[in-house]
Each structure stands twice: as C-alpha cells, then as structure tokens.
Design a protein. Sequence first.
Length: 390
Amino acid sequence: MTAPTDTASAGTTAPGTSPPDTGAPDATTAPTAPPTTTIPPDPPPPNEQFEDVEFGLEIVADVDKPTAVAWRDGDPAMYVSTQPGPVLRVLDGEITTVIDLTAETFEDLPGSERGILGIAFDPLSGRMFIDMTDLDNDTRVISFELDDAGAAIPASRREVLFIEQPGVGHNGGRLLFDAAGNLYIGSGDGGASNGRDAQDTTKLLGAILRIIPDPDGDGYTIPDDNPFADGVADRPEIWARGFRNPWTFSIDDDTGDLWVGDVGNSEFEEISVMRGGERGLNFGWYWFEGNNQRHSGAPDGVVPPVYDYPHSVGVAVMAGHVYRGDAIAELRGAFVFGDLTGPIWAIGEQGVSRLDAPAVHTMTGWAEGPDGELYVLSLRDGVARLTAES
C-alpha cells in the first residue's frame, strides 16, 4: 500500500501527518477493465446544428459557492461540495448537510483558490471522496461512508492522499472515478517556482493523478497500467502532466478521451485532450502557455492544446463534457465548456462556436448527470441545468 502523502520540499512534514512518501509504492494493482460499448459514439456535430439553438439555464440547486457536483449509484440526490466547507445533498428542492468541514479548511476569502474543491463517489464501494485544502494550505483527499439518509459517518473517515503545497494557489481539486474504480485527481503546480514544479518528476504537482483508493483503510495503490507504474521515470501516480492548474476535466465514457481545462497564467486559456488509449502525455507547462512558448528547453513530444484563447476573451477556462444526453439533440457529440466570466462554447465538426446562452456569473465548473445532461456551476447562482429550445 502506498502512503497517502507527497512532498513538495524534501525533509518537511505537515503537522499531524505521517512522514512524506518520497519513493515508489510497494505494489501496483490491476484494475478491472471498464465496460466497452458496441455502439459507435456520436461524432462532433456540424456547428450550424447548434448555432441556431437558444440555450437556457434552469436553476436546480440554490447553493452558495459550489465547486463540484456528483451523484452516487442508486441515490437520486445531487451532492454538492461548496468552497466554504459544507457538503450538501439536494433532493426535490430540499437541501441537507452531508458533512461540514468548515473548521478544517482554509478560510473562505474573496478570490481564494482554497477550500473544499472536489467531490466524487466510488462506483465500487459507494464511498464519498472529497478534495480539500487544510488549514496549512496543503491538499488532502479524504473519504467517508454515507448512512441511509445520505449523511457522512465521521468514524468512517479515511485519509487517502496528502500533497504538501509550495504556495497558496493552483491547487486543482477535481475528482473523478472511472467505472473500474480508478480515481483521477487534478493537481495544480502549487503556485510556486514559476511553474517549474509541473515538470518535476519527483512531485505530484501540475498533473492528473490516477490511483486506486485502498478498499480497507487509508492510502492507495497504483493501477498497473499507469504509464509510470514502476516509479522509475516519474512518480507512479502520474497519468498526465504539464499543467498549470487543471481545475476542470472530464472523461468521455464513449471514447475514453480525457478533456482538460488548464487555467492559464497571464495570456492564454487552453483546452487539451488525451485520447482514449493514450497515457503519460506531457502538455507543456511551464514551457508553453497555450500555444505560446514562454521558455526554451521543452522536450520532444509536448502536446499542444486543441484550443486556446487570449485573456481578452476570458480569464479562467472551465472545461465541461462531451454532451451525450437526449434533451438537446442538436448538441450531442459536441464538447461543451465555458469561462469564469460567463460565456459558453461548444466544439463541433468545424471548430468552436459560442452558444446563444445566458452568461453565467462567476462560473466554477460543470457536471454531467447520470442521464448525460449537463449542469453548470456558479459562485453566485448555484447549480443550473443546461436547456435548449430550437
């Protein structure tokens, strides 16, 4: 079992934690392969197919400062993590508290990137996983069992992963499980070293991580098909690296494609893709911001984004999902994303088009419901479902 910890500076240990794990894990674990589909996925649609659609937003959860949304199997409720600390359960308009971690996370300050940042449910165990920054500004991934009413059982808490942060921002925080029970974790570059930590192969920074939480206790193991599972060339937890702050990402279940929204530095925002079957790719930060080269010395094979845009258009990209729902036929197969400043776009057959949709006030991310429908999160307006009228 791998110790649930990482260190960003050798020789230090955060108060109240076990010593940092600075080496490869003792063992790797082979995940069960996720089911494959025999139905070809919908390809990206022609852009004109959705350019004439009027899109709307239907508020479904009036909650304060949502950061992520998740559903658990067999439960119709929506679970929402909020930046200040409470994790909420929303069902038929009724909102209850699953657990309140306000006392354990960093104070909710205007413009802060810290707090409760992500939530996901393990499809195998049903446990709820939370990504948060603690009072020392370090990252913790923890998990809880829920009772029949959907409340967290405090005594069931497990410490899954710890990352000592070198700065106070760029923490990532997105959590996502695949059907095999592999947990994907977005980890930013930590806001220090001018981004160089994203290329430090000894650190879990500037990367998408992929682990298997221990089913019986704290910690995790490494899937044996991770690209660096032997721990020789890179940390074995790494699935993809070279990101500044992969705050939002998603996996298209129909293709296995990993779509990442990497929040830029001073000039460009970017959408990057690692296609199904690919692994271990390097997306170029700190050498590149979008397609713009910042520093020389990048190795061969750095992967450029599929789309970038300047800060005259938006200031923080919010990657969404490839739409696979049924309610908006014109959009099926398009990748939908937005920006903190409010616009919503879709990538179709001919490229990127802005959707005719209301601006989202301080967008914080997206979620995909069990039925494939899309939800957009806003610091001011809570959680809304994307709708459309032709």
